[in-house]
Design a protein. Sequence first.
Lengths: 382, 263
Amino acid sequence: MAVRHKSVETKYMEQRDRTLRALARLNRRAFLKVAAASAGAVLAKGLMPPHSFQLIEFADAATDRSFGTVGKQGSTPFRIAYISDSHLYERTLNQRFIRAAVRAVQDVNALDPQPDFVLYGGDLAQLGSRGQLELGRQILAELKAPVKMMVGEHDWFLDMGQAWQEMFGPPNYSFDWKGVHFVVLMSVHEKDFWTARKMTPEQRMQTVAGLDNPIQSRFEVGDEERKWLAEDLSKVPHTTPLVVFSHSPLYKYYRPWNFWTEDAEQVQALLQPFSNVTVIHGHTHQMLFNRIGNINFYGMLSTAWPWPYAPQGLPALTIQMNRADPFDQLDGCGDGQFTMRADGLVDTIYGLWDRNPVSVPAGYLVSGGKTDRPPAPQFASY
Amino acid sequence: MVRTKVALLTAAGAGAVVAALAALPHALNAQQSIAHHQVPAVKDGNVVVMLCDGKTSMEIKGLKPGQRMSRDQAMGVARRLMAAWQRQHPGEHWQMAQAQSPPPGAPSPAAPSNEEQPANAPSPGAPAAQQIQGVPIQQQAQPQQQGDTYASFHERDFRVWQNETQKFIDYGKQVFHSDKLLGGTIGVSCDMCHPDAANTHPETYPKYQVQLQRVALLRDMIDWCIENPVKGKTMGPNDPRLRALEAYILAQRKGVALDYGKH
């Protein structure tokens, strides 16, 4: 059963790779021809329902709106790839998460043209040890494009970020690239729950690593870093496209699992004055998108495992990904891409492994779900 | 009424019968937060038994700490203590049991078994028929049946059962969150994909599991997960860990309608 199932996917993935490579060299007219032909071929084989060949629609949009044009703010459209939430154990303990992270690196290295940079979305390690982080660093070192690192709670709470910072530098920073201002936040600070309980660093890490462990505190950017953010943004004109990377979602989705940032409203208030703001976050391991005010939010996929959708608080604009197949350990996992458009907005591709990728254009969020609607899942969560 | 009094007397720590309570789980006793009464000291070191009002007490001549009374003796003590209380409170009803009303939603306690009823018990308070389960008779829709197995369970029974069930579920929660207890070999535990047992949908079993090519029960899927993503050894349906896992998973879906076969 599993073998037959996989062979279909393998065929699909091969076809997808060929199509993606061809797309980069096509003009719109030729593109549509190929799109129609490949969709037809897929249909003829009876492999996919017609609506699922979403890749074509997205690539079409990307070709038209982004590449080769210059934005009104003078920004040049470009592409970012991401890899996130790999949760690596030591090499001797767990090969599965390593294989998944390596697969993501191979995916990104296969992109042609290469992305301008790769965002690593946090939770490189599972329990924050130097060995785990070093293993992750070695895997990411294989990437051809430059890497921007973000920290997650699994990287931090063993030694409060010491090893991570030695390897990757400060956890919050900003940079400008092709007319876009990027901010990377450390959004997973927690108020001290460990001292009073006399926890060892290992116990503290283990507690934070338990998503449903209620002993830990809620994530926050914190006063100090919000001050830094305000100061950083004060130098940026409000018409400049702004992209913020944070590990936790910068809004309140589901408190018991820390799908949550305690001071989210205060951070959002700092971002709202900008005309085009996108927040890209990790931690939630699922297809997740939201819009609050004029801020678009996208959650990233994990390479290690998918989280189920929380029982409450799912943003109305989110279209759930199909349930993950427990019999396929990579199902529901993946990596993805963001296209920074000329108009300062961001389109997203969820590169779900062994599935059709799903594109979520900025237009879907900006229109409040009226246009550019991504395909619905056949089986949403229970 | 008399029956209730006897039960309370034992709960208040009457030396002779308190041994029966020793078997109760410690946590249960803690939950009840029973008031600790100081009994008056007596010369000969005899046991003094106090009623749960904290005042009425009597010395048991010839009974030293650690010795047991016979059942008849203990019942006699209970009767005399209650009679003493009644003499001090003429015309009053014994209300202590009623004050310990169960939490909302908990099953109302049934009367204790006839076995606990002392033979020839005096009737110091109101006759039992006037008060049932602590609810004044005028508010009772109808009298409850008595004398059968289920009528003989008391609030304390429900607490014991609840406590035992919770311990089972808590153990399941522990296994669910521990790759070591699961026997996993790669550091993966159930909660890593199923926080709070989310997305385990126990209410949908039995159902045809296409990947297994047969109808599966929840326990089949748990065991499958232990063998595959967790990379441990299958436990088999009688393993206490598997049973506890099933209990924890089901407990997380309390209130969800059963919907077998759902995909």
